[in-house]
Design a protein around this ligand. Structure first.
Ligand code: DAT
Ligand code: MG
Length: 149
């Protein structure tokens, strides 16, 4: 079963959106396998956003992501990587469709509420960067037979 890394950014936490956001993935039918509320070090933030290191917004992005606590999560399910990206919506909240997290809850790209892995390789790397094996719980939800044929 596929897994993805999702992180509610400091703006989502400060704005009291944690339950709204987690609820969307839970009611969709995905399975939570890792969850932690944490401060983010500069070192972790820079590794996480390493692909954007040369972009003009990199320093501001690292400042932002380390500016307050975040909710780091791993979710599991069929097609969860691409589906979570759809649930999250476009990078720029003004371009994100209504019904998506960014489309419903955000305005500007530098405050776009949540991160989600964009492909199987990045999902695997980000899960390993943010979680140890022992922090991830493999379990079988009782509803599984009602979610999957
Ligand atoms: P996404 O978070 O949708 O995967 P991304 O990987 O292209 O988007 O960029 C990572 C984050 O960097 C994004 O969530 C917000 C910030 N960012 C991206 N483009 C930006 C821009 N043009 N100006 C400011 N911040 C930007
Ligand atoms: Mg990205």
């Amino acid at each position: 079963m596929e897994r993805t890394f999702l992180m509610i950014k400091p703006d989502g936490v400060q704005r009291g959106l944690i339950s709204n956001i987690i609820g969307r993935f839970e009611t969709k039918g995905f399975t939570l396998v890792g969850l932690k509320f944490m401060a983010v070090s500069r070192e972790l933030a820079e590794k996480h956003y390493d692909v954007h290191r040369e972009r003009p917004f990199f320093a501001g992005l690292v400042d932002f992501i380390t500016s307050g606590p975040v909710v780091a999560m791993v979710w599991e399910g069929e097609g969860v990587i691409a589906s979570a990206r759809k649930i999250i919506g476009a990078t720029k909240p003004l371009e994100a469709e209504p019904g998506t997290i960014r489309g419903d809850l955000g305005v500007t790209v530098g405050r776009n509420i949540i991160h989600g892995s964009d492909a199987p390789e990045t999902a695997q790397a980000e899960i390993a960067l943010w979680f140890t094996d022992s922090e991830l719980v493999s379990w079988e939800p009782a509803a599984k037979g009602w979610l999957y044929e």
